[in-house]
Design a protein around this ligand. Structure first.
Ligand code: ACO
Length: 455
């Protein structure tokens, strides 16, 4: 059977219209079974920006075929009003606001409010939100026992996955996901506690005493305090370091339907405990193709070691047999500069200058790697540009954060995005369990053979 997709301009609307940022195709689409002539009109799902979605939900029922899109390159899994990306133009908007403006003018806590509730807060709203987040930073004392159960060299991401999952045991009976108030408590609690959970994993890794949060400190200062302070001496939070983290967190706060957010949505679509859904997101984020890339970039720079070896390293990257990738380069959606990478690059220079590390050899190596890759046809043809993770690791390292804490930093920042997506999905009465189909490639039906008869 052949099925073909046909398009026809909608009567009366003249084909394509421009809405200022994107050109929206106003076209009717239908699928035609060329053998039987059966036609299925595909209703279009129109957003405010970006390409039209084609509703293929009735394709199987009507034409008895599935749509096939491994990696979901052309598939929208949902409608969402949180974040918009135009990968060709290098645009990223949170609730309509360009990320550049937010990174320059806002704070992470304000951006959390914006992402969760859809609007920038008034002064009173921000104060109330900030106060609640500050008041809920402590974690249950019995969680200390959970940390003790981990092996001394457990990766902090492994600990975070476990500890966040265990929150479902603490708040199981008190979380009614159908109640908007409970959903809000969940989101605020998660955002408040995730820095404490990450910092405690850091302390466990180094065998240092856990430090309780100090609620007079702002979000990022508190995180730095919990990571770097020790009970034996006073600790002064460097405001430049706290500001740099704040900007990094704004840039990482949400990124629409990336792998970890889609994981949170898929897990959450079953109606499972939301803390367990966030734990699933943390697990997905850890992979080197996703949030684990910031750690992988630093390991790659260590491995290259010297700017003189950049050319031979890139030869290895271009050789598909080697299995080596240029970490921190390439993105599924951005086929132009990742706008976050541009801001992080600037931040990187600021932080290194402030810390007197302007001539940091790793920064010089990263710049050389970027320069050579961007002028190489392999990367140009495939539209591979530095992504958010190419420079973030260098800042983290300059701030004294060890390499295995880079991805936990990302997880802290992305928690608000995960919570907002979970909330948006759960509040939607049309939400259904996520259940993809497959093209089966296994053995056809056959009969069970007793073991004595098997060869
Ligand atoms: N180094 C070398 N080649 C690359 C790279 C890279 N980093 N990224 C993509 N390519 C090549 C692929 O080999 C492929 O080449 P081909 O057409 O000759 O087969 C082509 O570019 C397309 O790549 P895909 O893997 O199909 O792209 P996809 O969209 O599936 O993957 C991804 C995107 C996972 C981010 C990829 O670019 C990658 O592995 N990058 C390195 C890891 C990384 O930095 N991840 C962080 C992403 S940002 C984030 O999650 C926060």
């Amino acid at each position: 059977m052949t099925v073909c997709l046909t398009t026809a301009p909608r009567p009366g609307d003249g084909g394509r219209v421009s809405d200022g940022r994107t050109t929206v195709a106003k076209t009717n689409y239908s699928l035609v079974n060329k053998t039987t002539g059966e036609t299925l009109e595909l209703p279009s799902v129109q957003g405010t920006l970006g390409p039209t979605g084609l509703d293929v939900g009735r394709v199987y029922d009507t034409l008895d075929v599935f749509t096939y899109d491994p990696g979901f390159t052309s598939t929208c899994s949902c409608k969402s009003a949180i974040t918009y990306i135009d990968g060709d133009a290098g645009v990223l908007l949170y609730r309509g606001y360009p990320v550049q403006q937010l990174a320059e003018k806002s704070s992470f806590i304000e951006v959390c409010y914006l992402i969760l509730y859809g609007e920038l807060p008034t002064k009173a709203q921000l104060e109330e939100f900030d106060t609640t987040i500050r008041k809920h930073t402590m974690i249950n004392e019995s969680l200390k026992g959970f940390y003790s159960g981990f092996h001394y060299d457990a990766h902090p991401m492994a600990m975070m996955t476990g500890i966040v999952g265990s929150l479902s045991a603490f708040y199981h009976d008190t979380t009614n996901i159908r109640d908007p108030k409970h959903r809000d408590i969940f989101a605020r609690r998660m955002i408040a506690k995730i820095p404490t959970i990450a910092a405690t994993a850091y302390k466990k890794y180094f065998g240092q005493p856990f430090m309780y949060p100090q609620n007079h400190l702002d979000y990022c200062s508190n995180l730095l305090y919990m990571m770097f302070a020790v009970p034996a001496e006073p600790y002064h939070v460097d405001p430049v370091a706290a500001k740099a983290l704040d900007v990094l967190f704004i840039l990482h706060a949400d990124h629409e339907q990336n792998a970890s957010t889609s994981t949170v949505r898929l897990a959450g679509s079953t109606g499972c405990n939301p803390y367990a859904a966030i734990a699933a997101g943390i697990a997905a984020l850890w992979g080197p193709a996703h949030g684990g890339a910031n750690e992988a970039v630093l390991r790659m720079l260590d491995q290259i070691g010297d700017a003189k070896k950049v050319a031979s390293f890139l030869d290895k990257v271009k050789d598909k047999q080697s299995g080596v990738r240029l970490m921190g380069f390439g993105h599924r959606v951005y086929k132009n500069f990742d706008p976050r990478a541009t801001i992080i690059r600037e931040q990187c220079h600021k932080v290194l200058k402030h810390l007197g590390k302007e001539n940091d050899p790793q920064m010089e190596l990263a710049l050389e790697l970027e320069r050579v890759a961007l002028s190489d046809d392999y990367f140009k043809e495939r539209k591979l540009y530095p992504n958010v993770d190419f420079y973030s690791g260098i800042i983290y390292k300059a701030l004294g954060i060890p390499v295995n804490m880079f991805t936990p930093m990302f997880a802290i920042a992305r928690t608000v995005g995960w919570c907002a997506h979970w909330t948006e999905m759960t509040a939607d009465p049309a939400n259904r369990i996520g259940r993809p189909r497959q093209v089966y490639t296994g053995a056809p039906e056959r009969h069970y053979l007793p073991i004595a008869k098997r060869k």
